[in-house]
Design a protein around this ligand. Structure first.
Ligand code: CAA
Length: 380
C-alpha cells in the first residue's frame, strides 16, 4: 500500500516538478510538505513518536519509488529519515526524543547528519571538530562538509561527531577512530556560532540541500550529548549501516526509472523503418539491465529484511550499496545511449538521471569503503 501511494504521488506530484526544481536548484519545500502530510517523512519510527510505525522494507520501498522519478526528493527524505532522525531515535535520552522526534517524524523540521569533514571523508574517524566542556556547556569548533538538509528554512538540527578527548583507544589497525574520543552532539539551527555555509554547485541532486557547516565557539548545553561520551563513532557507523540500505534503494529506484524511460523511448523512436526497441542491440541493453536490476533489488530488500529481523546486516547493506550504485550508473548510461542525442538534452529525464547517478558510488561510503567493510565482515 505504501509503495502504491508513493508511486502515485511521485508520478503525479514529483514528475511534473522535477525538471524545473533541478534546473533552478530549488529545494522542494512543497513536495516535502506533501510527503509529510502523507506520513512519509518518518516511516520507520514508532507511532508514539509521531512516526509511521513502518519497517525498514517499507521505508526502502518508499525511497525506491521516489528515486524512480527524482533523486533530489528521494535523498531529502532518505537523509532526513535514516541519517538525521535515526540517531536521535536510537541513541537519544527521553528528553531529547520528546524535544525533537515529534517535529522531525512529522516532517515539519528536517534533521541533518554531520560526520564528514574536509579531512574526514572515507577516513571518518579522522574528525578534527572538537568540543570541550566549559561551565556546563560544550564549546564546539570545527567544520563539516557535504552535509544534506542542514541549511533549509525548515532545518531543525544537525547531529555531529566531535572529538571530546584524546588517545582513548589502542589504535589497532591504524584506525584514526581508535585514537580519539569521539562523541555525538545535537546542535539546533540558530545556535550562535553554528553557520551552514553556501550551497555547493553540484553535478546532480541539484534540488537537494548540501552545504559545508562551520562551528566557531558554538555553545550548546551539556545535555546535548547524544548517548554516552566516546560512543559517537560507533553510533554513526551503526547509522551508516542503515543509511546504506536507503542509498541502495535510491540506486534501485534510479536504475528502474532509467529503464522505464529507455523502454518507453525504444518503443516510440523509429529508425530504419521500425521502433529501435525491435533491434537486438537495444534489446540486449534493456534485458541485461532489467536482469541485474532485479537481483540488486532483491539484495537490497534482503538487507532491509535482515535489519527488520534484528539480524546483523552490515555485510548485506554494504554489498547492496556497492552493487546497486554501480548498476545505477550503468543503467543511466545505457538509457542515455538508447536516447541517442536526445539523452544529452536536459528536457529528457535520463539526462538528469545520469548526473544524479554518480554520487551513488560515493555518498554514504564510497565503493572503496564498501570493499573495506565487506572484506572486514568476511574476516580479512
Ligand atoms: N557498527 C558498529 N560499530 C562499528 C561499525 C559498525 N558498522 N564499524 C566499525 N565499528 C566500530 C569498530 O568495532 C571499532 O570499535 P572498537 O574500537 O571497540 O574495536 C570502531 O568502530 C572503529 O572501527 P574501525 O577500526 O573499523 O574504524 P576505521 O577508522 O578503520 O573506519 C570505515 C572504518 C568503515 C572505513 C569507516 O571509517 C567508514 O565507514 N568510512 C566511510 C564513512 C562514510 O560512509 N561516510 C559517508 C557520510 S554520510 C553521507 O555520505 C550522506 C550523504 O551522502 C547524503
Amino acid at each position: 500500500m505504501v509503495r502504491d501511494t508513493v508511486r502515485d504521488f511521485a508520478r503525479k506530484r514529483v514528475a511534473p516538478a522535477a525538471e524545473e526544481l533541478d534546473r533552478t536548484k530549488s529545494f522542494p519545500y512543497e513536495i516535502v510538505a506533501e510527503l509529510a502530510e502523507l506520513g512519509l517523512m518518518g516511516i520507520p519510527f514508532p507511532e508514539e513518536y509521531g512516526g509511521g510505525g513502518g519497517d525498514t522494507l517499507t521505508y526502502a520501498l518508499a525511497v525506491e519509488e521516489l528515486a524512480r522519478i527524482d533523486s533530489s526528493v528521494a535523498i531529502t527524505m532518505a537523509a532526513h529519515t535514516s541519517l538525521g532522525t535515526m540517531p536521535i531515535y536510537l541513541f537519544g535520552s527521553s528528553e531529547q526524543k520528546a524535544d525533537w522526534l515529534p517535529e522531525l517524524t512529522a516532517g515539519r523540521k528536517l534533521a541533518a547528519f554531520g560526520l564528514t569533514e574536509p579531512d574526514a571523508g572515507s577516513d571518518a574517524g579522522n574528525t578534527r571538530t572538537n568540543a570541550t566542556l566549559d561551565e556546563g556547556e560544550w564549546v564546539i569548533d570545527g567544520a563539516k562538509q557535504f552535509i544534506t538538509n542542514a541549511g533549509t528554512e525548515i532545518s531543525g538540527c544537525v547531529t555531529i561527531t566531535a572529538v571530546t578527548g584524546g588517545q582513548t583507544g589502542n589504535g589497532a589497525g591504524g584506525s584514526s577512530s581508535a585514537r580519539k574520543e569521539i562523541s555525538n552532539l545535537i546542535v539546533p539551527n540558530g545556535t550562535p556560532g553554528y553557520e551552514p555555509g553556501e550551497p555547493y554547485r553540484k553535478m546532480g541532486w541539484n534540488a537537494s540541500d548540501t552545504r559545508p557547516l562551520s562551528f566557531d565557539s558554538c555553545r550548546v548545553p551539556e545535555s546535548s550529548l547524544l548517548g554516552p561520551r566516546g560512543a559517537g563513532f560507533k553510533q554513526f557507523m551503526q547509522i551508516l549501516d542503515g543509511g546504506r540500505i536507503g542509498v541502495a534503494a535510491m540506486a534501485v529506484g534510479l536504475a528502474q526509472g532509467a529503464l522505464d524511460e529507455a523502454i518507453a523511448y525504444a518503443k516510440e523512436r523509429q529508425a530504419f523503418g521500425k521502433p529501435i526497441g525491435k533491434f537486438q542491440a537495444i534489446q540486449a541493453k534493456v534485458a541485461d539491465i532489467s536482469a541485474q536490476l532485479e537481483a540488486a533489488r532483491l539484495l537490497t530488500y534482503r538487507a532491509a529484511l535482515q535489519k527488520d529481523a534484528g539480524e546483523s546486516f552490515t555485510l548485506t547493506a554494504a554489498q547492496a550499496k556497492l552493487i546497486t550504485g554501480r548498476l545505477a550508473v550503468r543503467a543511466c548510461e545505457e538509457a542515455v545511449q538508447i536516447h541517442g542525442g536526445y539523452g544529452f538534452i536536459e528536457e529528457y529525464p535520463v539526462c538528469r538521471f545520469y548526473r544524479d547517478a554518480k554520487i551513488l558510488t560515493i555518498g554514504e561510503g564510497t565503493d572503496e569503503v564498501q570493499h573495506m567493510v565487506i572484506a572486514r565482515q568476511l574476516g580479512l
